[in-house]
Design a protein around this ligand. Structure first.
Ligand SMILES: Cc1ncc(COP(=O)(O)O)c(C=O)c1O
Length: 356
């Protein structure tokens, strides 16, 4: 394994004063991990250095053709002061899946986990301790060589930045209002929907803005071909409790294989609940709603863990789920997963990786 060079900052930043008012994605810790790649040389010069802007050639491939990928995970402070990562191997395996789709060279999963542990350990004082706070970890890769000829890059940078973050919904686990998108599409089979790449999110922004303007917090995407089958929410997978079964769209190639989704499915199966991963159409969902069988709906993702859906709007139809209240299964899953992440309960083998 390559040795990681460390240069500590001489000017540590002030940490947020009030851990109960942390926002997401705007405050960053003192250090970052950086490693470069050159065709013929491979990945080289892994280093942890003070957090700072990056210099890029104005013709860098990533700026023009979006050859970028990223991941999102968290470090959690347990009651005894220990710092936990949650299934980081899954994040780095998924980064390699995204990288493969975007013609970006493969990274070594074990090395990436070591780099993450080392970075978080150096910035351990940035991991907050207030309830439901964590250190958000953002690994990302981008093509850096100047080339406007739409070729895949020949040089890349892999970086990891981190920053303290509060609960996704500071007011607690309140059900959200979701708008089912029927005009724009996000992804199609064979496209990049299964990869975590910037372009997917850029392509979603217009729809997100229009939904916000109508008072909805997020968009639920339908498939890009028939505009009929349910896919996922902007940054979450989606699950429904229909009758006594938990149903979630299968991994079709156009949605992200969420690590929270995978973990929830594993927990549900271990509890002996009925679970199915399959195609589910918006008509089937409306029918279940009309018959009173749609008991709960919730999003799953690293940011919010579980995000109960209180209202689902499709065209002119507004479906209020479980009277707009959080459902029993949603609450149970939120409690089970967060207890594992914050070290209050023992999870399955390998889910928690200790930083220190
Ligand atoms: C498009 C999309 N779907 C689903 C998810 C949920 O994935 P995970 O549970 O790994 O955070 C995310 C968040 O990363 C996302 O961006």
């Amino acid at each position: 394994m390559q040795e990681i060079r460390v240069e500590l900052t001489k000017n540590p930043k002030a940490k947020p004063q009030d851990e109960n008012n942390l926002t997401f994605g705007t405050t960053f810790s003192d250090h970052m991990f950086v490693m470069d790649y050159k065709e013929g040389r491979g990945w080289y010069d892994p280093r942890i250095v003070p957090y700072a802007p990056v210099a890029l050639d104005p013709a860098a491939v990533c700026l023009h053709y979006g050859q970028t990928t990223f991941e999102g995970m968290k470090a959690y402070r347990a009651a005894d002061g220990a710092i936990n990562l949650f299934r980081p191997d899954e994040n780095y395996k998924r980064l390699n899946v995204s990288d493969d789709r975007l013609c970006i060279p493969e990274l070594d999963v074990d090395f990436c986990i070591e780099a993450t542990k080392k970075l978080v350990e150096i910035d351990r004082d940035w991991v907050p301790s207030a309830p439901n706070t964590s250190l958000y970890i953002r690994p990302f890769v981008f093509a850096t060589n100047p080339d406007l000829a739409t070729n895949a890059g020949t040089e890349y940078t892999f970086m990891i930045i981190t920053g303290p973050t509060g609960p996704y919904y500071p007011e607690g686990l309140n059900p959200v209002k979701i708008y089912v998108e029927s005009k724009y599409v996000r992804a199609v089979k064979g496209g990049t929907g299964m990869a975590k790449t910037g372009g997917n999110y850029a392509a979603s922004m217009k729809s997100g803005q229009e939904a916000h303007d109508q008072g909805y917090s997020q968009v639920l995407w339908l498939d890009g071909v028939e505009n009929k089958y349910i896919e996922e929410v902007g940054a979450m997978n989606i699950m429904f409790v229909i009758g006594d079964e938990v149903v979630t769209p299968e991994l079709s190639g156009s949605i992200l294989s969420g690590i929270t989704r995978k973990s929830i499915l594993e927990l549900l199966k271990a509890e002996g609940r009925k679970v199915s991963e399959r195609r589910i159409s918006i008509e089937e969902l409306e029918e279940a709603y009309d018959k009173g069988l749609l008991r709960e709906a919730f999003g799953t993702g690293t940011a919010a863990v579980i995000s109960p859906v209180g209202v689902l709007k499709y065209k002119d139809k507004v479906m209020t789920i479980n009277d707009g209240r959080i459902g029993e299964i949603s609450q149970h899953l939120y409690d089970s997963l967060t207890d594992i992440q914050w070290g209050r309960a023992q999870g399955p083998d390998g889910w928690i990786v200790k930083v220190c």
